[in-house]
Design a protein around this ligand. Structure first.
Ligand code: SF4
Length: 350
């Protein structure tokens, strides 16, 4: 497709997005449980694959509950939904059940989960809104090369099971790893086959010590081509698009191409700084209203409440055991929140 066609399609996609989703854009963030993935053959582009040999005790590479819960509280304050709870392969279902329950309770919101192949027999579905499969690339040859440890067939099977259980489903796709425009058709077929509710696109952020070290990523026009084609074919689908600090100016074009949500930011390092404000300006430049903040320090500290938010309170039941754990952590939780807020404010003033 030539560049003029991509822009023409994006204009159609932008109008279609407004028709089906309104005039709103939001920010989201994945909630990470840790930095260790126990996949035997890790994915070749992934930061965690570079850490695996360096981590002597995988349990120490996990976040403490107070850190996870503090971040969940702050995300709700600033109006960012959690894109999903994530953390690589290797989490026991019982641990996941407890973490998801506490996060859902604190946020009064059910969650999406992206933790590899899920053991549905033992997963407590009460607090799950949906499941995400990390497809990464739909090009079969690339997939085999880059994700040797997680065959696409297993991810598809999991997503079909999740649908059968009444859950919403989504996938993640990383652009910039060698895919071509021809692969877009494979993606459209996959979305249709799995009847997906949402998709997250990321632009490759080339990591040191991986095969992509020093390489470039997807261009903005190529990215717009993928997003607008999906929007034109699936008008009601939720489309989440990832950016990075070195690509913030692709946000406006991605919203024009049909994106509903922007994700993937080093949140606490740029909140309230010129980068956070750039994100807000990029979204405002498209005429969309932002239902989250990336700059308001009073909202972050809790002195002010966000006027518009995507959070709609849901009833979340919690076990005695987990409620007691949250209560017993209340001092550490307060300290953690204070530390996140203080660090963010300090960085915002630099
Ligand atoms: S499964 Fe996810 S966390 Fe694990 S190596 Fe692959 S991309 Fe990284």
């Amino acid at each position: 497709m030539n560049s003029a066609e991509i822009l023409e399609n994006s204009i159609k996609a932008f109008k279609l997005t407004e028709k089906h989703h309104g005039n709103i854009t939001t920010l989201e963030r994945a909630l990470f449980l840790g930095w260790y993935c126990n996949l035997d053959d890790p994915c070749k582009f992934c930061f965690m694959s570079t850490q695996k040999e360096k981590i002597k005790d995988p349990l120490k590479a996990r976040r403490k509950p107070e850190s996870i819960l503090a971040e969940s509280i702050l995300m709700k304050r600033i109006g960012w939904k959690l894109e999903f709870i994530s953390g690589g392969y290797g989490y026991k279902t019982e641990e996941l059940n407890d973490t998801i329950e506490m996060v859902s309770y604190i946020q009064q919101a059910k969650q999406y989960l992206n933790v590899g192949i899920i053991d549905f027999e033992n997963l407590n579905l009460n607090n799950i809104e949906g499941v995400v499969g990390a497809v990464e690339t739909v090009n079969p040859k690339l997939h085999e090369e880059l994700c040797p440890g997680k065959p696409l067939s297993n991810t598809k099977e999991m997503l079909k099971k999740a649908k059968d259980m009444g859950l919403k489903t989504g996938i993640t796709i990383i652009l910039g790893m060698g895919e071509t425009e021809k692969d877009i058709d494979l993606l459209l077929n996959l979305i249709e086959e799995l009847n997906l509710d949402r998709i997250t696109f990321y632009s490759l952020n080339p990591q040191d010590e991986t095969v992509f070290q020093g390489k470039t990523s997807v261009t903005t026009l190529e990215y717009m081509n993928w997003v607008s084609t999906v929007r034109l074919n699936f008008p009601k689908m939720k489309i989440i698009t990832g950016t990075w600090v070195d690509k913030l100016t692709n946000i406006g074009p991605l919203v024009m191409a049909g994106s509903n949500v922007i994700t993937k930011f080093p949140l606490f390092s740029i909140y309230g700084k010129k980068e956070g404000k750039t994100v807000e300006n990029e979204i405002a430049s498209t005429g969309r209203e932002l239902y989250s903040t990336f700059s308001d320090l009073d909202v972050l500290t809790g002195e002010k409440t966000l006027k518009n938010t995507k959070y709609v309170p849901e009833k979340i039941d919690i076990s005695e055991k987990n409620l007691e754990l949250i209560n017993s952590l209340s001092k550490q939780l307060d300290k953690k929140i204070e530390s996140y807020v203080k660090t963010t404010i300090r960085k915002s003033q630099k």
